[in-house]
Design a protein around this ligand. Sequence first.
Ligand SMILES: [Zn+2]
Length: 388
Amino acid sequence: MSTLITDIGSLVTNDPAHGSGPLGLLTDAAVIVDGGVIAWVGRAVDAPAADDRHDAAGRALLPGFVDSHSHLVFAGDRTAEFNARMSGQAYTAGGIRTTVAATRAATDEQLDANLARFVGEALRQGTTTIECKSGYGLTVEDEARALRIAAAHTPETTYLGAHVVAPEYADDPAGYVALVTGEMLDACAPHARWVDVFCENGAFDGDQARAILTAGVKRGLTPRVHANQLSYGPGVQLAVELGAASADHCTHLTDEDVAALAGSETVATLLPGAEFSTRAPYPDARRLIDVGATVALSTDCNPGSSFTSSMAFCVAVAVREMGMTPDEAVHAATAGGARALRRTDVGWIAPGARADLLLLDAPSHVHLAYRPGVPLTAAVWRAGVREV
Ligand SMILES: [Zn+2]
């Protein structure tokens, strides 16, 4: 059964072959969805017939958001920590351990229900692809269970046993790295696509991060790195050197870091929710874009440092605070996220792509930044199925 979505006032295809600019913008457009994929894209007046018809009433249609960075297998709540931070306390990596204790104590059913809740929350805001990391278990069993639970909701699962050193290994970080690269990796690799490490003061240094990522690669996982979030460090250079799909955060970059990203296949994934929620300086997207680096935007949704599932919020903040144009921010939240996950089937609207679509209750994608905080979702399709 095919569906014609017509009278689209403004269509973001992310396919320069189909329209103007990197967004491949088309006006007065139509799309045909058939069998879960896009079958046709063009001007509404040229659209062929279909079995069913949806009138977009002049509103904007764009690819579903691709959120390439989240931490959603967790239990517990860190409202008090957020409140304290907004009252003047500094953010450190150590708060992760609070969530680790709550997550270990939770049942599989509780973790699954919590994850389903946030994936649904994201979907209602237009996110049709979401990556999800482990990292709040930090034992062999708890990390493997987190990834098993995540894999039931998304194929984009990331092994992050190296989120912080487990509390049991506080006096033996080398022992913890041995666990993460050994028995824990063996248990987790079957359930994960990616391997990640928090390369940061208070978490893992460059040598430890290299050992962890290299071990993951040997088990068939592809690296992505929490890099240069809280301070300058080796994370970005390591990500580029190892061919990581993404270096995430990129808040503190030297000129050498920027140049390395520009000359690489590693996407710079910016997570403005983290800076917002820790009252920290934002990364400079302009500096990366101007030298040709590929930029993605993502929520980093997690209970400690960025408890938002809203890609629209990230777009608005990126435009207001990080030097991005609305077009660049929307591109980064869709096509950029797809690049960061090395996906070619999502993040754009073109024949053969998965029919992941977000219809805005607005005439243009620019409204995502122009109308911050306003719920603009009119409809969402995932793989051709109307979800919202
Ligand atoms: Zn993260």
